[in-house]
Design a protein around this ligand. Structure first.
Ligand SMILES: Cc1cc2nc3c(=O)[nH]c(=O)nc-3n(C[C@H](O)[C@H](O)[C@H](O)COP(=O)(O)OP(=O)(O)OC[C@H]3O[C@@H](n4cnc5c(N)ncnc54)[C@H](O)[C@@H]3O)c2cc1C
Length: 478
């Protein structure tokens, strides 16, 4: 057993822990970053954002090839097949490159020591690491940051331990394209992977407990996507309670009830359970400290300090929202705070997210409903991509943009977009909200033509011209 002393101990090397460790070490602090997985990058790199988007990119290109006829291209699309092992190999290569790049970057910071092993707190100022080569290291720290992420939450459904039942992590290593895939859970991961496997040729059913898929998303956008998925041949059952997964010689039977109705079942060869994620606190030794947590995550205050002074937490382990960029934003703000710099911690009102569905959904700030619940007087500027030049050219004119603005301050408080490529528009949306830009300034900004970014300006101009019409008619008919 060796004993080491550091200023900062960071447990978990995902998008929360790694940038935090690097920011502190770049300022000369002595930092130890401990990661128990295969490399630096966390769920995002190895079991989340990146592998799922690699699958999605292959599916997107396949779909584009199939739709090439509408662009006047004559391709023998029936000859286009999926080489699944090549898709998996591409994923392996990208993950390896990104993992190595992360290690290289951290290795260049002389005061940052990265240790691979599992770390557990011994008391409020020390921890033990069981390293991957069997060594035990005891670490004494001045401050610790917990960034241990989250793990799949699987409700206790009978039969869910069968090898043909996958979770959001194991499905990313499946060695074949399923023929009949039943997905339990209509959240972002279920929707994303459902569409991906449908494009690859699987028969896909989604069973969702709530009355619609993608519950927290703007209702109009969510319903539009649900209709689009149904039109594309994905079977979506809502208000659905799954009771059991039964495996027989004929396949895997997923048994469920539609609210108030009789028992039904779907037959599958593969089941994917994507029923949410829970904060990962197992084996972290929290009981040896004053750090409190519940089912939602580790309790933190406005500066991300836990209920034990000197121990902080960032990212998924603190609960919702669970996004890689959110974990990083929290971690970087915390690093500045710990270095004594003035900082505004991120707030959910300025957060952004993308659901990588087909078409994508971009979310920034508040929905109309959330803004009203927060006591704001709001109005919605809308734009239908059916009229949009770039969307027509690109063959993706199915979509809608909604800008929510406060009618008193005129500031934009929310942007919600459904269109292919929405993800690339969310940077602008984030800046509008973060900088408190008024809707009039959006209408006056010059955006290049023909690009999807024009939609912001068009939506703002639409609402301005409606207001002018209303003011004119009020002046004529006082
Ligand atoms: C299928 C899927 C798709 C996703 N897609 C997106 C997306 O497109 N965009 C997006 O923003 N987010 C996405 N996410 C969510 C995103 O992956 C997480 O929000 C993000 O990884 C959280 O970062 P984190 O640092 O908090 O935790 P993690 O990335 O989970 O990292 C925690 C790390 O801590 C390590 N660890 C845990 N316990 C210990 C211990 N005791 N000792 C040492 N190390 C420990 C773990 O091995 C892990 O590497 C997706 C998630 C999934 C599952």
């Amino acid at each position: 057993m060796t004993i080491q002393q550091v200023e900062f101990l960071i447990i978990g090397g995902g998008p929360g822990g790694t940038p935090t460790a690097m920011a502190l070490a770049a300022a000369g602090k002595s930092v130890m970053l401990v990661e128990k997985g295969q490399g630096l990058g966390g769920t995002c790199l190895f079991e989340g954002c990146i592998p799922s988007k690699i699958f999605r990119e292959s599916a997107r290109r396949l779909r584009e090839l199939r739709e090439s006829g509408q662009f006047g291209l004559c391709l023998p699309t029936q000859d286009v097949t999926v080489n699944w092992s090549a898709v998996l190999e591409r994923k392996r290569t990208i993950l390896q490159q990104r993992g190595e790049a992360a290690l290289h970057k951290t290795g260049q910071l002389p005061t940052l020591k990265t240790v691979f092993g599992s770390c557990s707190l011994l008391d409020p100022r020390s921890a033990v690491i069981e390293s991957e080569i069997g060594e035990r290291v005891e670490v004494h720290f001045e401050k610790a940051i917990l960034s241990t992420g989250s793990v799949p939450f699987l409700p206790p459904i009978k039969g869910s331990d069968h090898p043909r039942v996958y979770d959001s992590e194991s499905i990313l290593n499946i060695d074949h394209i399923p023929k009949r895939l039943v997905i339990i859970g209509g959240g972002p991961i279920g929707v994303e992977l459902g569409q991906v496997f449908k494009t690859f040729g699987s028969e896909v059913s989604i069973l969702e407990t709530a009355s619609r898929i993608l519950g927290p998303v703007d209702e109009e956008l969510g319903s539009h996507l649900q209709q689009r998925m149904t039109d594309d041949g994905i079977d979506i059952q809502t208000n659905c309670k799954v009771r059991a997964i039964v495996t027989t010689g004929q396949g895997v039977f997923v048994e469920y009830n539609i609210e108030g109705g009789e028992e039904q079942h779907k037959i599958a060869d593969t089941v994917l359970m994507v029923t949410g994620r829970r904060p990962n606190v197992n084996g972290l030794g929290l009981e040896k400290t004053g750090v409190q947590h519940d089912a939602h995550g580790i309790t933190v205050n406005a500066t991300l300090e836990t209920t034990e002074a000197g121990i902080y937490a960032v990212g998924d382990v603190t609960g919702q929202p669970m996004f890689a960029h959110w974990a990083t934003a929290q971690g970087l703000a915390l690093a500045r705070h710990l270095m004594g710099q003035p900082v505004k911690f991120p707030t959910t009102e300025t957060n952004t997210a993308v659901i990588f569905s087909e078409p994508e959904i971009g979310i920034a700030g508040l929905t109309e409903q959330q803004a009203k619940q927060a006591g704001l007087n709001v109005q919605v500027a809308r734009y239908d991509y059916k009229q949009d030049a770039r969307a027509q050219i690109a063959g993706c004119a199915d979509g809608l943009l909604k800008i929510i603005f406060d009618t008193d301050s005129r500031r934009v408080v929310g942007v919600h977009i459904l269109v292919e490529g929405a993800g690339e528009l969310m940077g602008e949306a984030a800046l509008l909200i973060k900088s408190g830009i008024p809707i009039e300034a959006v209408a006056a900004a010059i955006h290049p033509h023909p690009t999807l970014t024009e939609s912001f300006v068009m939506a703002a101009r639409n609402v301005m011209s409606q207001q002018t019409k209303q003011a004119n008619s009020a002046a004529k008919n006082p």
